[in-house]
Write a protein that binds this ligand. Structure first.
Ligand code: B4P
Length: 193
């Protein structure tokens, strides 16, 4: 089994690149952002609670997100591996993921961190907001999300660096160019299916 974390600030391309990676390498995609938006749209109790945080650009509490991930992994026992997109976003989430995978006798193999300059992140997300209607893609909330990333999520890179699993990737080029850079790293572990 091969497990990858795609890491980076809001708008760095985690969702965009995950779509290419899961198709090319036949992996299961787990996006906490997508899972949360699904709960919000179905107006489940979890979704109603999560929306309060998401609309303000804040991270949803760890226990909510960790519970969602655990059941999602259990849904695909035969998976070739998983791409974790937008998770973990705090050190507590990273530690919980390690424990969860250890229990399932597997582990995170590689963490690819997309690096994109801040003005470019804002331009991309404002652009997406114009067509997606996502309530967290307006400039005021985007700036809060980036601040939340710096204070709570960026330290997670250090957690994986200490484990020797972190590779930093330039994510400011085009979608295909960035995919080539990511693939070069993944190919060291797993060839396209
Ligand atoms: P997410 O859904 O994870 O999304 P994201 O960080 O906004 O974006 P991503 O990096 O995936 O960008 P994308 O590829 O879509 O999070 C949303 C919210 O959910 C969080 O703020 C938080 O509240 C909550 N949440 C999620 N996970 C959580 C967790 N684990 N713990 C707590 N809370 C959590 O790209 C963005 C735009 O850029 C798109 O329009 C795309 O087309 C464009 N783009 C991408 N790559 C490009 C490129 N190379 N060139 C030009 N444009 C590009």
């Amino acid at each position: 089994m091969f497990n990858l974390v795609l890491f980076g600030p809001p708008g760095s391309g985690k969702g965009t690149q995950s779509a290419n990676i899961v198709t090319t390498y036949q992996l299961q995609h787990i996006s906490t952002g997508d899972l949360l938006r699904d709960e919000v749209s179905r107006q489940t109790p979890l979704g109603v609670e999560a929306k309060k945080y998401m609309d303000q650009g804040l991270l949803v509490p760890d226990e909510v997100v960790i519970g969602m991930i655990s059941s999602k992994i259990d849904e695909s026992p035969e998976a070739r591996g998983f791409v974790f997109d937008g998770f973990p976003r705090t050190r507590a989430q990273a530690e919980a993921l390690d424990k969860l995978l250890e229990f399932k006798q597997t582990q995170i193999d590689l963490v690819l961190a997309l690096e994109v300059p801040e003005p470019q992140l804002i331009t991309r997300l404002v652009g997406r907001g114009q067509s997606s209607g996502r309530s967290d893609d307006n400039e005021e909330v985007i700036i809060k999300r980036i601040k939340e990333y710096h204070s709570k999520t960026e330290p997670v890179a250090g957690y994986y660096h200490t484990q020797g699993k972190l590779e930093r990737i330039k994510g400011d080029g085009g979608i295909d160019d960035t995919f080539k850079l990511l693939s070069k790293e993944i190919d060291n572990y797993l060839l396209p299916a």
